[in-house]
Write a protein that binds this ligand. Sequence first.
Ligand code: ADP
Length: 154
Amino acid sequence: YAGKKNGQIFGEQLRKMLIKEHKAVPIVIAENTSVYDAIVTMFMEDVGTIFVVKDHGILAGVVSRKDLLKVAIGKQDTHEVPVSLTMTRMPNIVTLTGDETVYDGAKKLIDYQIDSIPVVKPLDDSGRTLEVIGRFTKTTIAKIFVELGENKEV
Ligand code: ADP
């Protein structure tokens, strides 16, 4: 680290840390899940964002707290409306692969003003068939930050 500024050292560390080593377990539901059940899942799993998947865990969409609130304050019955009606859907989903870095992940969260990003494994070359294998969130970054603050090896 001779002659390097703290910022440079910190930046280098962040760009060395891989998403695959820091991802959390994804919380997923099927496209036909009701908005009501999605809200219950959010409380039970203590997450703010849920990933919506097709068969074999293929990413279909993302549903956030505000997506669900939009339906909840409307006139429709939350038991009747499927999450597929309110989710943000593919191909408009910001994703990460395991080989991207924690810096890449943090940059995407800020640039796109979102709280959570699905970590995916592309199953073909189209870029549209993505298997969900994890999640990367603002909480993940806060955890890494605390570990670095404790001078732990992260
Ligand atoms: P909240 O709605 O709880 O504030 P976000 O700020 O993460 O949560 O979500 C804002 C909007 O962005 C929502 O409509 C949500 O569907 C969408 N969104 C969330 N995560 C992603 C993502 N990874 N890719 C694309 N859109 C997303």
